[in-house]
Write a protein that binds this ligand. Structure first.
Ligand code: MTE
Ligand code: MO
Length: 335
């Protein structure tokens, strides 16, 4: 990956140095965190850096959500010529079925998501299974800001500056066994706080999976924020996956468990309709969804409500980086 200055249309300033700590300056959020006792190490940095952070105009919308410091990393794969999607679109047009099936539902309903305390259990075929608290995860590796396209299987796309680090960093820590071939991701399924868990839209919890080499690929991001702030609940707080060369549904939100397996994991969407949603789900303009074409897409916030104006790129534009993962595979069969 290439480190460059932020892309065109990337509107907020980013720090040039690597800053592994979380900077807290959202006062409301801070009080909330104080009350629930989750702030931990971050609190000290909040106290020390509040003034600085505010003065520097940190984050796209300082004071709304907690700022999350990161080094800007431009990713080869063509996003640098794309305009970043406005924050209001990326945070109000969402798929998060635990909170409703309408695009507007998650932004309205996800305030009930119980994001603290939070832990991610890592288990299965690893030498060092562990339960990581959110605080552990935030400190595990320096944060980077990466502008990735996210392309939904429904035919729309966005360009989002995500904040996080490569999932590979976490994988290294737990030391997968030689028998581990796949990684399964389990999202929270709490019927008390997630109104659609219990509905029959999908089998809960929301499950996703990657092959181990896909999970280890440096582009695969463990995401904690976007637009310089912690993740809004509707986008999958406090920690989600972002796999930019696959259709959006592969990027599980609000993850509580990561399991290393020998067998191909079941996924929520392949359980719901195996002929429509394969395990790989690589963005591929040549393989149509059984009910619609995948050749073009509509960029949210730019292309109007109905027109699909853009040609969808193979592997969502990340072919140079990930193409070799699929060398020799029939991508029509492994869709
Ligand atoms: N737990 C969970 N994760 C999920 C989903 C979901 O319904 N539940 N929807 C997926 C789909 S279909 C897409 S396109 C992306 C949308 O991410 P965004 O709302 O941040 O754009 O999240 C994915 N992750
Ligand atoms: Mo999606």
């Amino acid at each position: 990956m290439l480190i460059k200055s932020p892309a065109d249309g990337f509107e907020h300033p980013v720090p040039s140095e690597i800053t592994p700590q979380v900077i807290y300056h959202g006062r409301r959020r801070m009080l909330q965190q104080l009350a629930t006792g989750v702030a931990g190490v971050g609190m000290a940095s909040w106290a020390a850096r509040d003034g600085l952070a505010q003065g520097a105009g940190w984050g796209a919308r300082p004071g709304k959500l907690t700022a999350l410091a990161a080094k800007a990393t431009a990713v080869e794969g063509g996003t640098t010529s794309d305009k970043v999607t406005p924050y209001k679109d990326a945070s109000s047009y969402n798929n998060f079925y635990e909170f409703g099936t309408d695009k507007a539902d998650p932004a309205v309903n996800a305030h009930t998501l119980p994001i603290s305390p939070w832990a991610v259990e890592v288990e299965g075929l690893v030498k060092k299974p562990a339960k990581f608290s959110l605080e552990d995860l935030l400190k595990l590796s320096p944060m980077e800001e990466r502008i990735y396209r996210l392309r939904c299987v429904e035919g729309w796309s966005m360009v989002i500056p995500w904040v996080g680090y490569s999932l590979a960093e976490l994988i290294k820590k737990v030391e997968p066994l030689g028998s581990a071939k796949y990684v399964e991701f389990v999202s929270l399924a709490d019927p008390k706080t997630m109104p659609y868990v219990g509905s029959r839209v999908l089998d809960w919890p929301y499950l996703e999976g990657l092959r181990l080499d896909e999970a280890r690929h440096p582009l695969t991001l463990l995401g904690f924020g976007m637009y310089g702030e912690v993740m809004p609940n509707q986008n999958g707080a406090p920690v989600r996956l972002v796999v930019p060369w696959k259709y959006g549904f592969k990027s599980g939100k609000s993850i509580v468990k990561i399991r290393f397996t020998e067998k191909l994991p079941a996924t929520a969407w392949s359980k719901a309709a195996a002929n429509e949603y394969g395990f790989y789900s690589n963005v591929n303009p040549q393989v149509d969804h059984p009910r619609w074409s995948q050749a073009t897409e509509r960029r949210i916030g730019e292309d109007g409500l109905f027109a699909k104006k853009r040609k969808t790129l193979m592997f969502n534009g990340y072919e140079a980086q990930v193409g070799q993962l699929y060398a020799g595979m029939d991508l029509k069969k492994f869709y």
